[in-house]
Ligand binder design. Structure first.
Ligand code: PEP
Ligand code: MG
Length: 891
């Protein structure tokens, strides 16, 4: 016969903590606490399987359930020495839902169940407190009507308010027993009026009504929405916990409280909690009375003059402190507990792993290893990789007020405030004058770089997670909110407007790049602190991971930051980004707009020494670690001059008429620049560009080796390849330059040539391409764009709707689409390695720093991921969790 009901209490239990799926989180932990001898009021759990049965059988219960519940209830009666429905000595119970994952959207709790017009008299007698008994009864009616009978609570509040007005009192505590009796009478009238039938007096009917309401709440709209938001499958179902009532509101030797076994915001190993004398749990949560601190230390920290539980109830506090360490030793994790003290006796009502900040998670994990509670591997599984963001960037002060103006994509984490500016020049100028500024643009382009550098944060109204603003801001470690479609920018007028609210240039806004929020005014931020714990935990993570982590970096500053964060090389140096700054962009424009090879070579000659110097610095910083340099891949629209002044400048440099430049720029205009004349296509058209770059790389390598005796591991990467022939032609150019530079310097150059895989054709033809390529790096930004046929620059405007409608679970430019894009990666991996066993495989799209995508990369068998510097620690930790074979920790 199926066991549908699991009892607990009196030092034993049918269930245990591992039975969470069957008993729900609350039920499993009540059973566990009971069986390790903690004082838990006895009760029983109706399993999640009953919930499943209920919905599979038109809301009917399994036939054996009634008898099993009756038997379990009889056991509870025996333990507490009271009977359910007994007029003299009634057993009262609480009924609570309890799913596998905590679900605040569901029915919560009914307390004092079992009270009726007769048993309330029994409670008067057994408690010796008439006021308490009638107060309990009216609370029960209110809760039961609200959650089971679904009568709106304002009906009852009205009655109570009127009563207080009549009596001319303000507080519930001012009502006497006779007043409560009166209130109850009127409550009953409300029920008759609303339901056309009386309040159920039969305790059995009450019990089954509450059980049915819990199961029914599994399918209420709030619960459905909550499940959707938190990826909780409908098939899980909820359990129901029925438990003997204990009262924290029966006098001054009673209390109720909640606590964390360690501080959940700092992680400090200090007991942290609150309690209220003579109160029920709901009073603590409802905030009607201000709770007091559990410990003297807590009281002093809060500068409170109200006594701590440690002082008021030293003996009970002593037991609680003992239980705190028992629970931590048992669960080997920080616990979040609820307790009640009835007439000086302590009862545990709940325990669960406590929610905590990233800072606390880190400290607790490292401390617990030192305390011998967990080992290092376990510690590595305890921290959500994505949460490390909180530790690496400034965050908004959680205590501060915020008025959210608009929401965009959380494109680059961290928080910042500053005065709004609409041009990069204004940003630079104001920053020079010591002002903090936020650069606001429809979208950014290479000529905004100096403004992005100068700004505290960047806001754009268009563009997605891989837009120029997003990618560059992440590289710089600056907060960025991208694609905030509700923000209307009028740069000429110097205003931004969001649904009627206008912010003028010079007025302040705050960005939270971790949530995508744009906030009016200044919200103070908190600076991150990287403690020794952080480095220690990252060391442990490195000890278990097999996937290497490199960085996407092109500036010495970014490369150095990435090294500090543990990058094991550069996986993508976007050489076109090296041309964004200063005069370089002018030379690049000159090159692009030259109409013959001679003109291009002249421009390239200007760029070459700067390129060489760049590579020297990168090679030095990376000190022998691999450096993957991608040859030029400029989507042309990012580089063409736009303003008249820019046109004029290029015309001057090239010595031709401005009109001529305009005409050439117009000729180069593309409708789909992302699918246009970029990547290797540019190399095929103008091989002199790649030739110059290869020369700069090899000369830099020779210089670093000669001057500093340092080794250089250069990998030269060709972008946007679709065919083997494209790669072969470029490889010829590179090999020839290597020969020349080698001969000239009397050395043999050691380097690899490989390709990005960022087009579906390249993935499919990987077997053939691997004949020429020594490595592949998956450019999943373009691969996502081209697999979905979805523009990485323009899709932000409708992607959110796609997510809301459940078409996409995540933004595919942020989290890898493992089914589609992932299949192309698998195919390329398999076909590439079949041709070349030691083919090196990595990923350098933005997904390389996304924990779920890192998991996929580990599982598929890539050698490394590469991501922006500030995401390196996140990728290291995600790679470690993947290697340990545990599920990715996400909260
Ligand atoms: C990519 O496409 O994934 C990539 C890394 O290249 P980029 O973003 O520069 O196009
Ligand atoms: Mg690309």
């Amino acid at each position: 016969m199926t066991k549908w009901v699991y009892g607990f209490g009196n030092g034993t239990a049918d269930g245990k903590a591992e039975m969470r799926d069957l008993l729900g989180g609350k039920g499993a932990n009540l059973a566990e606490m009971s069986s390790i001898g903690l004082p838990v009021p006895p009760g029983f759990t109706v399993t999640t399987e009953v919930c499943t049965y209920y919905y599979a059988n038109s809301r009917a219960y399994p036939p054996e359930l009634k008898a099993q519940v009756a038997a379990a209830l009889a056991d509870v009666e025996k333990i507490v020495g009271r009977k359910f429905g007994d007029p003299d000595n009634p057993l009262l119970v609480s009924v609570r839902s309890g799913a596998r994952a905590s679900m605040p959207g569901m029915m919560d709790t009914v307390l004092n169940l079992g009270l009726n017009d007769t048993t309330v008299l029994g409670l008067v007698r057994s408690s010796g407190d008439e006021r308490f008994a009638y107060d309990s009864y009216r609370r029960f009616i209110q809760m039961y009507c609200n959650v089971v009978l679904e009568i709106d609570h304002h009906n009852f509040e009205e009655v109570l308010e009127q009563k207080k007005l009549d009596l001319d009192v303000h507080l519930d505590t001012d009502l006497k027993a006779s007043d409560w009796k009166d209130v109850i009478k009127q409550y009953k009238k409300v029920i008759e009026r609303e339901l056309g039938k009386p309040f159920p007096q039969d305790p059995q009917e009450q019990l089954w009504g509450a059980v049915g309401a819990v199961f029914g709440s599994w399918m209420n709209q709030r619960a459905i929405t909550y499940r959707k938001l938190h990826d909780i499958p409908e098939s899980w179902g909820t359990a129901v916990n029925v438990q003997a009532m204990v009262f924290g509101n029966m006098g001054d030797d009673c209390a109720t409280g909640v606590a964390f076994t360690r501080n959940p915001s700092t992680g400090e190993n200090l007991f942290y909690g609150e309690y209220l004398v003579n109160a029920q749990g709901e009073d603590v949560v409802a905030g009607i009375r201000t709770p007091q601190q559990l410990t003297v230390q807590g009281k002093e920290a809060q500068k409170s003059d109200r006594p701590a539980m440690e002082e008021v109830m030293p003996e009970v506090y002593g037991q609680l402190a003992e239980i705190r360490s028992t629970l931590e030793r048992h669960y080997r994790d920080m616990q979040d507990i609820e307790f009640t003290v009835q007439s000086g006796k302590l009862y545990m009502l709940q325990t669960r792993n406590g929610k905590r900040t990233a800072k606390a998670a880190l400290k607790i994990a490292v401390d617990m290893v030192r305390e011998g509670l967990i080992d290092r591997k376990e510690a590595v599984t305890r921290i959500a990789p994505a949460s490390l963001d909180q530790l690496l960037h400034p965050t908004l002060d959680p205590k501060a007020q915020r008025k959210v103006l608009a929401k965009g994509l959380p494109a680059s984490p961290g928080a910042a405030f500053g005065k709004v500016v609409f041009t990069a020049d204004a940003a630079e100028k104001m920053a020079r004058d010591g002002e903090k500024v936020i650069l606001v643009r429809r979208e950014t382009s290479p000529e905004d770089i100096h403004g992005m550098h100068a700004a505290q944060g960047i806001l754009t109204s268009t563009g997605g997670m891989t837009s120029h603003a997003a990618v560059v801001a992440r590289g710089m470690g600056k907060p960025c909110v991208a694609g905030a479609g509700d923000v209307r920018i009028d740069a000429k007028a110097g205003t931004l407007t969001v649904r009627g609210t206008t912010v003028k240039a010079g007025e302040a806004i705050t960005l939270d790049g971790s949530t995508g929020e744009v906030i009016l005014g200044i919200v103070p931020t908190i600076q991150p602190e990287l403690s020794g714990d952080f480095a220690e935990l990252m060391d442990w993570a490195d000890g278990v991971r097999t996937l290497k982590v490199r960085t996407n970096a092109e500036t010495p500053a970014d490369a150095a930051t990435a090294r500090k964060f543990g990058a094991e090389g550069i996986g993508l140096c976007r050489t076109e980004h090296m041309f964004f700054e200063g005069d370089r962009i002018v030379a690049v424009r000159q090159m692009i707009l030259s109409d013959d090879e001679k003109g291009r070579r002249a421009a390239l000659a200007r760029i070459a020494p700067m390129q060489r110097q760049d590579f020297v610095e990168l090679f030095e910083i990376m000190a022998g670690l691999p450096v993957t340099i991608r040859l030029l891949d400029p989507p042309l629209h990012e580089f063409l001059p736009k303003t008249d002044a820019e046109m004029a400048q290029v015309a001057r440099e090239l010595g031709v008429a401005e009109k001529e430049i305009e005409a050439r720029a117009a000729k180069l205009h593309e409708f789909n620049p992302m699918l246009g004349h970029r990547g290797v296509r540019l190399g095929i058209s103008y091989p002199e560009i790649y030739e110059m770059q290869a020369r700069a790389i090899f000369e830099a390598a020779v210089e670093v080796r000669k001057k500093h005796g340092k080794t250089v591991d250069a990998e030269i990467m060709i972008p946007l390849v679709a065919t083997k022939r494209e790669l072969d032609l470029m490889k010829e150019v590179i090999d020839q330059v290597a020969n020349e530079v080698g001969k000239l310097n009397g050395v043999t150059l050691d380097y690899k040539v490989g390709t990005m895989i960022e087009l579906p054709r390249a993935a499919l033809r990987a077997g053939e391409i691997a004949e020429s390529a020594e490595f592949f790096s998956f450019g999943t930004n373009d691969l996502t764009q081209t697999t979905f046929g979805l523009s990485r620059d323009d899709s932000a405007s409708f992607l959110e709707r796609y997510q809301r409608r459940g078409i996409f679970e995540h933004d595919p430019f942020a989290t890898l689409d493992v089914e589609g894009v992932g299949e192309l990666i698998r195919i390329a991996h398999e076909r590439g390695r079949r041709t070349r066993k030691d083919l090196k495989l990595g990923i350098c799209g933005e997904h390389g720093g996304d924990p779920a995508s890192v998991f996929f990369c580990h599982q598929v068998g890539l050698d490394y991921v590469s991501c922006s510097p500030f995401r390196v620690p996140i990728a290291r930790l995600a790679a470690a969790q993947a290697a340990l074979g545990v599920a990715l920790k996400t909260d």
